[in-house]
Design a binder for this molecule. Structure first.
Ligand code: UD1
Length: 306
C-alpha cells in the first residue's frame, strides 16, 4: 500500500532484475480488496508475505494498528489461499519469538516466549494462526525467523529507507555516518558480554532475500517435509554494538560519533542463530560478513526520494 515505501522502488527492481513486476496497490486490511486481487490473479502459485509493520516502539504506542495490520491482513490472505487446491505461503517471522533464549546459539526448538511488545506478539500469534490453518487446509507454509537484517542491494538501487528517526541500529549508524544525525547513542555497556554491549546476529538483506526464493521453490517443488516448517535466518555469528560500529568505521573510513547512554527498555542481552537447520534442510547459508553488509553503498539510498 506504499504506506512505508515508494513506487520508485519498482524502478530499482527493474534495474536489478531486468523484469517488470506486476504491481497492485492495495491495502491488505481491506478484505474485499484481497478477495478481488486473488480473483484477478487466479494463477498465484505462492505468496511471500512481507506486508507487516515492524517498529517495536510504535507497536507499544498503537497496538491496534499492529494487530490490524499484521493479524487481520494475515487472516484475509489465508482465507483466500485456503481456497486453492495447493497453497504455498512464506511468512516473515522474527527471532523476537525466542525472547531472551537461555542457550546460544538459538535453535528452532528453543521455547517461544511471551513477547515483550505487541509487534512481537503479532509474530507469535501469526505463527500460531498459520500452523492452525495449515493443519486443516491446503496451505503449506514456511516460517522464516529473521535475526537482524541489515545492508542494501550492492547496486544501491534498493535498500532500507526508514521514514523519520530510525529506531534500529544500522540505519541510525548510516545516517550518523552521512551527517543526517549528529551522534549515535549506544544503549548500555554494562551487559554481561565481552565488551558490555548487546550482541545480535546481523544478516545481509540479500542473503535474507535469497532464503525466500529457496523456501518458495521448496514448497513449489513439494520438497517440504511437513506442512509447516520453521527456519532461522541468521549468520550464526553474534556481533556486539561496538563491533558493528568498528565495522562501519573500517568499511566507510569515517569516524562515527557515539556516546554510551543507559540501557533501552526491553532489550535482550544477546541473540544469535544456530543455522544448522537452515543450512542442512533448507539448503541455504548466509554468504556476506558483517563487514560486507556495512560496506553497502548506503549513501545513494539515503539521498533517494521518498
Ligand atoms: C528490534 C526489535 C525486534 C525486531 C527488529 C526489527 C526490540 C527490542 N527488538 O531488534 O523485535 O524484529 O528490531 O528489525 O526493539 N542500539 C543502540 N543504539 C541505537 C539503536 C540500537 O545501541 O540507536 C542497540 C540495541 O540496544 C541493540 C542493538 O543495537 O542491542 C540492535 O538494535 P535494533 O537494531 O533496534 O534491533 P533489535 O533490538 O535487536
Amino acid at each position: 500500500d506504499l504506506s512505508n515505501s515508494s513506487e520508485e522502488v519498482l524502478k530499482g527492481i527493474v534495474a536489478i532484475t531486468g523484469k517488470t513486476p506486476i504491481f497492485e496497490k492495495l491495502d491488505l486490511r481491506e478484505k474485499e480488496s484481497v478477495r478481488s486481487f486473488f480473483k484477478k490473479h487466479n494463477d498465484v502459485s505462492g505468496v511471500i508475505h512481507f506486508a507487516a509493520s515492524k517498529a517495536v516502539g510504535e507497536s507499544v504506542g498503537n497496538p491496534l494498528l499492529y494487530y490490524e495490520n499484521n493479524i487481520a491482513s494475515l487472516i484475509y490472505l489465508l482465507q483466500e489461499l485456503s481456497k486453492q487446491d495447493k497453497a504455498n505461503f512464506i511468512f516473515s517471522s522474527s527471532c523476537t519469538v525466542y525472547g531472551q533464549a537461555e542457550e546460544m546459539p538459538i535453535t528452532e526448538d528453543a521455547p517461544v516466549q511471551k513477547p515483550m511488545s505487541p509487534y512481537g506478539n503479532t509474530k507469535k500469534i501469526g505463527e500460531e494462526i498459520i500452523s492452525d490453518v495449515a493443519k486443516v487446509t491446503s496451505v503449506n507454509a514456511i516460517l522464516l525467523r529473521y535475526f537482524n537484517p541489515v545492508g542494501a542491494h550492492p547496486s544501491a538501487e534498493i535498500g532500507e529507507l526508514p521514514i523519520g528517526v530510525p529506531q534500529n541500529l544500522v540505519p541510525f549508524i548510516t545516517q550518523t555516518g552521512s551527517g543526517v544525525r549528529q551522534e549515535l547513542s549506544v544503549f548500555g555497556d554494562d551487559y554481561p558480554t565481552p565488551d558490555g554491549t548487546c550482541i545480535r546476529d546481523y544478516i545481509h538483506v540479500v542473503d535474507l532475500a535469497k532464503a525466500h526464493v529457496i523456501a518458495l521453490q521448496r514448497l513449489l517443488n513439494g520438497k517440504n517435509l511437513e506442512k509447516i516448517e520453521t527456519f532461522n535466518l541468521g549468520t550464526g555469528t553474534g556481533s556486539s554494538v561496538l563491533e558493528v560500529i568498528n565495522s562501519f568505521e573500517k568499511m566507510s573510513g569515517k569516524k562515527l560519533p557515539y556516546k554510551i547512554v543507559p540501557r533501552r527498555e526491553g532489550d535482550i542481552t544477546e541473540a544469535y542463530a544456530n543455522t544448522d537447520k537452515a543450512n542442512d534442510v533448507l539448503g541455504w547459508k548466509a554468504q556476506s560478513t558483517l563487514d560486507e553488509a556495512m560496506a553497502s553503498k548506503w549513501e545513494p539510498i539515503l539521498s533517494s526520494p521518498i
